[in-house]
Design a protein around this ligand. Structure first.
Ligand code: OGA
Ligand code: NI
Length: 181
């Protein structure tokens, strides 16, 4: 509870700055920033035991996170990798005292693709047990998941966050492509 209590204002503030940097009216930024008020973020604890043959096993399959922002503590053992179109999979070394911040699918939709959600996976370690913990920051399920800047041609169709989560649960990594216009 203490962790959640501290993470929420941090995630709220980050979201506020990210939304503010888009070309949308201040009131809308406020409404959106407040839309996370009623919900408490989800915390996920991940445990990756050592694996004798790490080349053939993944700790977590490639995915994007569904909600707005994820704040992740890697606990000093590397394993997290991001996919970059130009390079392929790259490792993200843990930085003491720092959180990794992922943009999730919902923020990609709100920003009309300006903040692409991060495609990532986790590898395992031959002799070290890795632990990580993530705080998933999301709006209420009834919030609209649609591009906020109405002056732009929307690249995603309008739906609620609940509807998008249902599409994601069914179609996994195909979900974003399915809601693109
Ligand atoms: C996740 C995730 C990464 C990690 O929980 O969604 O991507 O390093 N975790 O455990
Ligand atoms: Ni993830």
């Amino acid at each position: 509870m203490e962790f959640r209590h501290k993470m929420k204002p941090l995630a709220d503030q980050l979201l506020h700055y990210l939304l503010k940097s888009l070309n949308i009216p201040g009131e809308l930024v406020q409404i959106w920033a407040e839309s996370t008020d009623k919900v408490s973020g989800t915390i996920q604890l991940n445990s990756y035991p050592p694996c004798p043959d790490p080349r053939h096993v993944l700790g977590l399959a490639p995915h994007t996170d569904t909600l707005l922002l994820t704040l992740l503590n890697q606990c000093q053992i590397s394993g997290l990798q991001y996919f970059r179109d130009d390079i392929g999979w790259i490792s993200v070394p843990p930085v003491p005292g720092a959180f990794v911040v992922n943009v999730g699918d919902t923020l990609e939709i709100l920003s009309n693709g300006k903040f692409p959600s991060a495609y990532h996976r986790v590898t395992v370690n031959e002799n070290k047990h890795r632990i990580s913990y993530a705080y998933f920051h999301g709006p209420s399920m009834d919030s609209p998941a649609e591009p906020l800047d109405k002056a732009e041609k929307p690249l995603y169709r309008s739906m609620t966050v609940r509807e998008y989560c249902a599409i994601k649960a069914k179609h996994n990594e195909e979900a974003l492509g399915l809601v693109k216009l």
